[in-house]
Design a protein around this ligand. Structure first.
Ligand code: ATP
Ligand code: ZN
Length: 210
């Protein structure tokens, strides 16, 4: 049977938990920081270590059969993949936040205002649903500093503890989406015997944690 490929984050917030999950499934592989691809010695599987942003497209295009990535990244990239399993780690929320002294009090106050984000697609859909017309400023990082620099009236960013918001003089204002790490597969991968075997192992690891 064809060797499967699973894409996980190379480094960052999801890397360690993704590696741990696969090891707990009984998979033996080397986890060198320098390697981009690692064969599993006791299962027909290869692990691809990628930037999280690239994972949904790799899976959509079938370059990887499976992937572990945050729901936020899947929604933002608008790919067509199968959601196979919620994994219970990497939990966070995408929130709109405003400065502590902001005159924005309700959602409609965002009308005509500017919001800096690295999630323009998700934010755009959220605002459209609320029928709010705001100026979405897409930036690639350090979103929290933009109100202080006068670049935007609000931000839309991932929050877990809220510590980063606080230390930048911001407070959460509205919830846009909540997210956790999920196992995704290429369309149709659900019916592959190896995928099913791996999913069973993942589910028993998750059950043992409950
Ligand atoms: P990469 O180098 O792979 O592109 P990144 O910097 O885009 O990494 P990380 O900051 O490592 O991404 O976050 C990866 C994922 O972890 C996020 O997409 C999100 O699903 C999840 N996550 C959980 N808590 C947080 C948080 N407080 N801030 C940001 N992401 C979080
Ligand atoms: Zn990323």
């Amino acid at each position: 049977m064809k060797t499967l490929k699973i894409a996980i984050q190379k480094s960052g917030r999801l890397n360690e938990k993704s590696v741990e999950l696969l090891k707990n499934c009984g998979l033996n592989f080397e986890n060198y920081k320098s390697s981009l691809i690692s064969p599993v010695s006791n299962f027909p599987l290869e692990i691809l270590f990628l930037r999280d942003d690239d994972i949904p497209e790799y899976v959509q295009d079938g370059i990887a059969d499976l992937g572990i990535v945050g729901e936020n990244v899947i929604e933002e990239t608008e790919v067509s993949v199968s959601y196979l399993q919620r994994l219970g780690f990497g939990k966070c929320s995408l929130k709109i936040a405003i400065t502590n002294n902001s005159d924005i009090n309700e959602l409609t106050d965002l009308e005509g205002r500017s919001i800096a984000t690295t999630y323009p697609v998700i934010l755009g859909k959220f605002l459209q649903k609320q029928n709010i017309h705001a100026d979405i400023r897409t930036i690639s990082g350090s979103v929290e500093i933009s109100p202080g620099l006068g670049l935007s009236d609000a931000i839309c960013d991932l929050v877990s503890t809220g510590g980063t918001l606080k230390s930048n003089g911001l407070k959460p204002f509205a919830d846009v989406m909540s997210s956790e790490a999920v196992l995704i597969g290429s369309k149709g991968s659900e019916t592959n015997d190896l995928v099913q075997e791996l999913m069973q192992r993942i589910q028993s690891v998750l059950r043992a944690k409950e």
